[in-house]
Design a protein around this ligand. Structure first.
Ligand SMILES: NC(=O)c1ccc[n+]([C@@H]2O[C@H](COP(=O)([O-])OP(=O)(O)OC[C@H]3O[C@@H](n4cnc5c(N)ncnc54)[C@H](OP(=O)(O)O)[C@@H]3O)[C@@H](O)[C@H]2O)c1
Length: 321
């Protein structure tokens, strides 16, 4: 029996990545691709590189969505939109927004500036940290793209660190398809754009899982997809960093420890891997580690499908390799 899946917010960047993965996934039957703005239009008319000219966006009502008996629904909506919709859905949920990523509702309200937030119970969907909980979850809060790259870099060494500084660069698709300052060609072309240099929202998401002091600064760079985190760690003592990372991730299908070269965006664009490398320690006992992901895949839709695979007990790599 195939997994019946649907997408809400299907016409955006992460929605389209979900369409590409799920329409080729051998265990999935894609039931609806909801988009308010593109209802009835062919996916190919919006994304010219899509291969199936017959597949169209839908706009089922909430009742119709629930009557479709979908086993899993992916919500690829802006943060604050999912809060309204997700609690009304039947079926297991993988939500790509930030709405259910915070275990403390008060922190979420403060960081995202909302009031009277009613949180549903969701598991934070980083498989490398919470695989066994994801397996039985009814709702998974898919992590943020920066948070994924930073957490995968920091988890193995956090207990040896006094202070971790994340210096991140993201392609402009990280801001989504909806026009914003950073995704306009006249702004990102031939440019690097720092923003929210001390108080970006992902700092607080990352801080839920890292015990030591952290600092976080993001930049937008003139590429469409790909995200890099250069992590500087002030160490408490000398460590064999490469060995620690190799041991920590030895069973992980999507974390690649690079021993012979530093990760670059070309290593991760269009795949679900997180490449981690560097592991150099300087004369100040500062460890530098580089992690790279595709923000739209391991940072969003690839990880969302990885989570679905875990939830339904199938090979975690299905549809992703
Ligand atoms: N882009 C990334 O790299 C990335 C990475 C990790 C997580 N995320 C998260 O994933 C979610 C989707 O991101 P995205 O990049 O796919 O965004 P996007 O390209 O802007 O797409 C969002 C989609 O949501 C729908 N939508 C419904 N209500 C909306 C509203 N009030 N305003 C705007 N759109 C609305 C729109 O489709 P219709 O109008 O057609 O229904 C739109 O296509 C966001 O929560 C984002 O933070 C994104």
């Amino acid at each position: 029996m195939k997994i019946k899946a649907g997408i809400i917010g299907a016409s955006g960047y992460t929605g389209y990545e979900l369409i590409k993965i799920l329409s080729r996934h051998k265990s999935v039957d894609l039931k609806f691709l909801n988009s308010k703005s593109r209802n009835g239009q062919a996916v190919k008319s919006v994304y010219g590189d899509f291969w199936d000219a017959s597949l169209k966006f839908t706009n089922l009502s909430l009742d119709e969505v629930n009557r479709s008996n979908a086993d899993v629904i992916f919500t690829a909506l802006p943060s604050k939109e999912s809060i309204e919709i997700v609690p009304k859905l039947k079926g297991r949920i993988v939500d790509l927004s930030a709405d259910f990523r915070f275990s403390d509702a008060k922190v979420y309200e403060k960081v995202y500036g909302i009031k009277n937030y009613s949180k549903i119970k969701a598991v934070y969907g980083l498989p490398e940290l919470f695989r066994s909980k994801i397996k039985n979850a009814n709702a998974v809060a898919n992590p943020g793209c920066y948070a994924t790259a930073c957490l995968l870099a920091a988890l193995p060494i956090q207990k040896f660190s006094k202070h971790i500084i994340f210096d991140c660069k993201s392609g402009y698709s990280g801001a989504g398809a909806k026009p914003a300052y950073v995704n306009q060609p006249e702004n990102y072309s031939d440019n690097v754009i720092p923003y929210n240099i001390t108080r970006h929202r992902h700092k607080y998401e990352i801080g839920q899982f890292i015990k030591s002091k952290i600092s976080f600064t993001p930049h937008v760079i003139p590429v469409f997809r790909g995200l890099m985190c250069t992590m500087h760690v002030l160490l408490k003592k000398k460590i064999d960093a490469k060995k620690i990372y190799k041991d920590f991730y030895k069973k992980e299908p999507f974390v690649k420890i690079m021993e012979d070269k530093l990760p670059e965006l070309h290593d991760v664009q269009n795949n679900n891997n997180c490449c981690i490398g560097g592991f150099e320690i300087d004369e100040n006992n500062r460890l530098v580690v580089v992690s790279a992901i595709d923000n739209l895949l391991k940072g969003a839709s690839g990880q969302a499908v990885q989570n679905m695979n875990i939830m339904f007990g199938i090979d975690e790599r299905e549809g992703l390799v």
